[in-house]
Design a protein around this ligand. Structure first.
Ligand code: ADP
Length: 485
């Protein structure tokens, strides 16, 4: 059974030429080019014969024949051109028919040409053989033999009609004796040699072409088989991906339910702990206070993890798209930094802003982008002992670039490729964390059509890290060029 994928590929391939068709196309083009060469050759040979070798015969019929050749050659040329452009099916048969008609016309023209240029006296009579070789390359042996018969019939008829005086004979004066065409020995010898050369060369050329065609057929079959196998594999891979996607969705919904169910009791427990810590449920000793303190911290961490876990399915199911509106990234950064300045101050870390005043607005989810910037800046603060955290915004053609650079511990080079994976935490960190912040950040940026990456050490420095992301500007958005100061 043909699957939809295979059907699409087969449909695509309907317009693609198979090797046999391509070879035939080359053949018919060569036939057409040879036609022009032949016309030129006939004209040159005539002029050389008349003016070079002083052979006297009338050139007018030769020019008329050349004109006729040029006309049908031009027609063939135009047909070949049309064949190349169009998707005529079956192409092979059409090319063969064109080729056969061309060869028949060539044989007839050569016969008339030979008649006007000495008949059996003309050594070019052997040019009939060339046509048979040309035909053998592409046509079936049966057809070539038929054409060979036709060529012999034409020559014998011509020579016979001249011999018996039914049609006049043109003598190549100065080249052959005027009565040569009536010498039975010469006439028979030329015809026998010509017939044998035509038959032998036809047999040899068609045999060779047969072997080559069979080989070509084998190559085509092999190609078809490989394509079929590949299509099957592709189909299997697509099914596997769809299955994985389904499993992932099921897993995400399981996480979502589990996280949701855990959140309510944990929040309640944390509430009770705060009541106890506040002394509302009776006096507590210092030791009990410490234990309760540690418990609330652990519960806060757990609640953070739960809220991260709940975020993943929300982002993956495209919730961000619904939240998108026209917003100012500058405002988003400002809001995020308000909450983080105190933490930075406590650690003695300076926060620098490099934000140009007239940035264009973007389309995005304000809360989600605030989550991204908060996560990147709070990571920068967490993983920096001393120094600065710089947040920079730059307008570029088509997007705004946001960069958060710190002077902190950096990320080991071998671990950098995994930095955005779920639950990944580098080997050089001690502070607690979920390892989900960056993976969620990446999901949010990608849902906005942007890109995120990390560099460590930060460019232009030997320490720290730089996290950069882009947010595309809406189409038609003004792209400002800052004037050089
Ligand atoms: P978390 O911070 O909760 O561990 P994240 O997903 O936010 O989770 O970060 C994943 C890991 O990436 C961190 O554990 C840390 O190893 C590394 N990391 C993130 N930001 C920085 C930074 N600014 N400097 C050094 N390492 C960082």
């Amino acid at each position: 059974m043909v699957t939809p994928n295979e059907a699409a590929i087969l449909k695509e391939r309907e317009h693609e030429r198979n090797p046999q068709e391509a070879a035939l196309m080359i053949w018919i083009k060569v036939l057409s080019t040879t036609g022009w060469t032949a016309i030129l050759g006939v004209l040159i040979a005539t002029l050389v014969a008349i003016y070079g070798f002083k052979i006297s015969f009338s050139a007018t019929p030769v020019y008329a024949i050349c004109t006729f050749m040029a006309i049908y050659n031009l027609l063939l040329f135009l047909h070949v051109h049309r064949l190349e452009e169009s998707h005529i099916q079956p192409l092979e048969r059409t090319i063969r028919i064109y080729g056969s008609i061309h060869i028949v016309l060539d044989l007839a023209t050569l016969t008339v040409l030979i008649h006007y240029t000495g008949g059996i006296e003309n050594p070019f009579i052997f040019y009939f053989v060339l046509h048979m070789i040309g035909a053998s390359i592409a046509l079936e042996r049966r057809v070539v033999l038929y054409l060979a018969g036709m060529a012999l019939f034409m020559v014998v008829t011509l020579v016979g009609l001249e011999y018996f005086g039914v049609i006049p004979h043109v003598n190549l004066q100065g080249f052959a004796p005027p009565t040569l065409y009536r010498e039975p020995g010469y006439v028979i010898a030329v015809l026998v040699v010509l017939a044998s050369v035509i038959i032998i060369s036809t047999y040899m050329a068609t045999s060779l072409a047969r072997v080559l065609r069979r080989r070509q057929q084998q190559v085509i079959e092999l190609r078809e088989r490989l394509l079929h196998e590949r299509t099957g594999q592709l189909e299997q891979a697509t099914q596997a991906i769809a299955k994985l996607e389904e499993e992932k969705n099921r897993f995400l919904s399981f996480i979502s339910i589990a996280a949701h169910d855990l959140k309510a009791p944990l929040t309640a427990i944390q509430g009770y702990l705060w009541v106890m810590l506040g002394g509302f449920s009776g006096e507590i000793t210092e030791k009990q206070r410490n234990m309760l303190d540690r418990s609330t911290k652990r519960i806060t961490e757990l609640l953070n993890l739960i809220s991260d876990l709940l975020d993943i399915p929300r982002i993956e199911t495209g919730q961000i798209i619904e939240e998108m509106k026209d917003i100012s990234l500058r405002e988003v950064v400002r809001k995020s930094l308000t909450d983080l300045r105190d933490t930075a101050k406590e650690k003695g870390i300076q926060i620098k802003e490099e934000i140009p005043p007239n940035l264009p607005r973007i389309r995005g989810s304000g809360t989600r982008l605030q989550q991204v910037i908060t996560n990147l800046v709070s990571n920068a603060i967490s993983y920096t002992q001393e120094g600065t955290v710089t947040i920079g915004l730059t307008e570029n053609p088509g997007h705004i670039l946001v960069e958060v650079t710190d002077t902190g511990i950096g990320i080991p080079p071998e671990e950098q490729p995994r930095i955005f994976e779920d639950f990944f935490r580098a080997s050089n960190v001690e502070a607690r964390g979920t390892g989900l912040g960056l993976s969620i950040t990446k999901r949010i940026i990608e849902a906005h059509g942007g890109r995120i990456w990390a560099e460590s050490p930060a460019p232009g420095s030997e320490e720290g890290s730089r996290f950069s992301f882009t947010i595309p500007l809406p189409p038609g958005s003004r792209t400002k060029r800052r004037r050089k100061q």
